[in-house]
Design a protein around this ligand. Structure first.
Ligand SMILES: Cc1cc2nc3c(=O)[nH]c(=O)nc-3n(C[C@H](O)[C@H](O)[C@H](O)COP(=O)(O)O)c2cc1C
Ligand code: SF4
Length: 425
């Protein structure tokens, strides 16, 4: 079942502008252009929409940070989508691109921007080329360009393709990359709201966040808030992957009956092996790995619902691991990923991910003992709170969570080491 974002995906050719228009497309923008920009920001704030890029920051509040007297402002659409297990933005961009373009235009009008940049991950070459055609179609229909629909407001939309680096999904690294520099996160403050792209006021929003906006403008805040919870209104696309029979994107309202049990067992059809689920990554590689307890399985999902497990939903890339998975192996894989993707600016992240990776190599080679596991935990904890961007924090999560929730896997790995050393003696 799809509610807002994926609801039209089975309409043939919905990505073409004529079909999109026949299905109520660009009504949200038309309504927006009849309002004052400040009223749109109020509306999006009242809707309670929260950013779907991972942090869940309130979208209307973010737009409200743009100084009213900013001479130049930009909207940047974050289509970098590189989090392992996340594949929703691509489906939105390829399946219903005008929904995203329309959302970005509404955001631009709300902050009085004249340029929108859509930053696509490096591997989205084909997606980006297609997107350019859809931008042209929107231009041809008067939704982009000079004097949009006779409003006197001008806006252009540019599609940019990155070079394929996970860190360029981090908003300030993305801005650097867009400016033609190395994709390295900036130290904040100042924040992008005042010093963003080319030093100008900038709003950066995730693709899925913006795809919600036309619906909010068209149907109104009350209709939007009918779905979800007071703290997390609306719907979320959950990217389900790993050991499930039916992987894919599932759009569900926050809270209520939306639980991991529903997602994994009902919609996902359980594990292909028939083995029980052992662990779940509710937020891709950058979150904790949760144990598959009844409490975890039956917690209604919204922002903050996995706080008790030091986790959140991030961009809701739910990766399922069955009983066949060794969690030390899983933590090692993620550590290697972060070591590879660290931009290297901060010592704790650059050195920490490197040394964690080396320590996990020791474990995999059967050379580690309990002291090495303590060192792994200690290195990870020392990285916390000492980095420029959140990648340094993300790298810690799978390590600390697996040591906490799956100690028996570490004991087994270390026990195996004991045996290896005894045999060598
Ligand atoms: C290492 C790292 C990678 C990120 N990757 C993405 C990404 O691929 N897409 C995205 O929308 N946000 C990503 N983010 C979050 C962005 O920095 C930013 O919070 C988001 O684009 C804001 O949009 P939102 O408010 O609509 O969520 C990443 C953050 C970090 C620290
Ligand atoms: S935390 Fe890591 S990825 Fe982020 S700026 Fe520092 S070194 Fe780069």
């Amino acid at each position: 079942m799809a509610y807002i974002l994926l609801r039209d995906l089975d309409v043939p050719d919905i990505k073409e502008i004529d079909v999109y228009l026949q299905h109520g497309g660009y009504e949200g923008l038309k309504k927006a252009l009849k309002k004052k920009p400040a009223n749109i920001i109020d509306m999006v704030t009242a809707s309670g929409l929260r950013g779907r890029g991972g942090a869940g920051f309130p979208t209307g509040v973010k737009w409200g940070f743009i100084p009213k007297d900013a001479e130049t402002a930009y909207v940047v659409v974050n289509a970098d989508e590189s989090e392992p297990g996340t594949f929703k933005d691509r489906q939105l961009l390829e399946g219903n691109p005008h929904q995203v373009i329309e959302g970005a235009l509404i955001a631009a009008y709300a902050i009085r921007a004249n340029h929108v940049y859509i930053y696509c991950r490096g591997e989205f070459q084909d997606t980006a080329r297609e997107l350019e055609k859809h931008v042209d179609a929107a231009w041809g229909n008067g939704f982009i360009g000079p004097d949009i629909l006779g409003s006197g407001w001008n806006c252009q939309v540019h599609v940019h393709v990155g070079a394929g680096a996970y860190i360029c999904g981090e908003e300030t690294a993305l801005l650097e990359s867009l400016e033609g520099k190395r994709g390295e996160p900036r130290i904040r403050p100042p924040f992008p709201a005042t010093h963003g792209l080319y030093g100008r006021a900038t709003v950066i929003n995730n693709v899925e966040t913006l795809a919600n906006v036309p619906y909010i403008l068209d149907k109104g805040v009350d209709v939007y808030r009918r779905l979800g919870t007071p703290d997390s209104p609306g719907v979320k696309i959950f990217c389900l992957s790993g050991h499930v029979n039916n992987p894919g994107n599932y759009e569900l309202p926050f809270g209520g009956e939306t639980t991991l049990r529903k997602l994994i067992n009902e919609l996902g059809g359980g594990t292909p092996s028939g083995l029980p689920v052992k662990g779940i990554l509710p937020a891709g590689a950058s979150g904790a790995i949760l144990p598959a307890t009844d409490e975890v399985f039956d917690t209604p999902i919204e922002y903050g619902s996995f706080k008790a497990w030091n986790s959140d939903i991030g961009s809701a890339s739910v990766i399922v691991l069955d009983e066949s998975v060794d969690m030390v192996w899983a933590a090692r894989k993620m550590t290697e990923f972060f070591a590879h993707e660290s931009c290297g600016q901060c010592t704790p992240c650059r050195e920490g991910t490197y040394w964690l990776s080396r320590l996990y190599d020791r474990v995999a080679q059967g050379l580690a003992d309990a002291g090495d596991v303590e060192t792994i935990n200690s290195v990870a904890l020392q990285m916390k709170g000492k980095c420029i961007c959140a990648l340094g924090e993300f790298a810690v999560n799978p390590v600390v969570a697996t040591i906490e929730h799956f100690p028996e896997d570490y004991e087994r790995a270390v026990g195996a080491a004991g045996k290896t050393e005894a045999a060598a003696d």
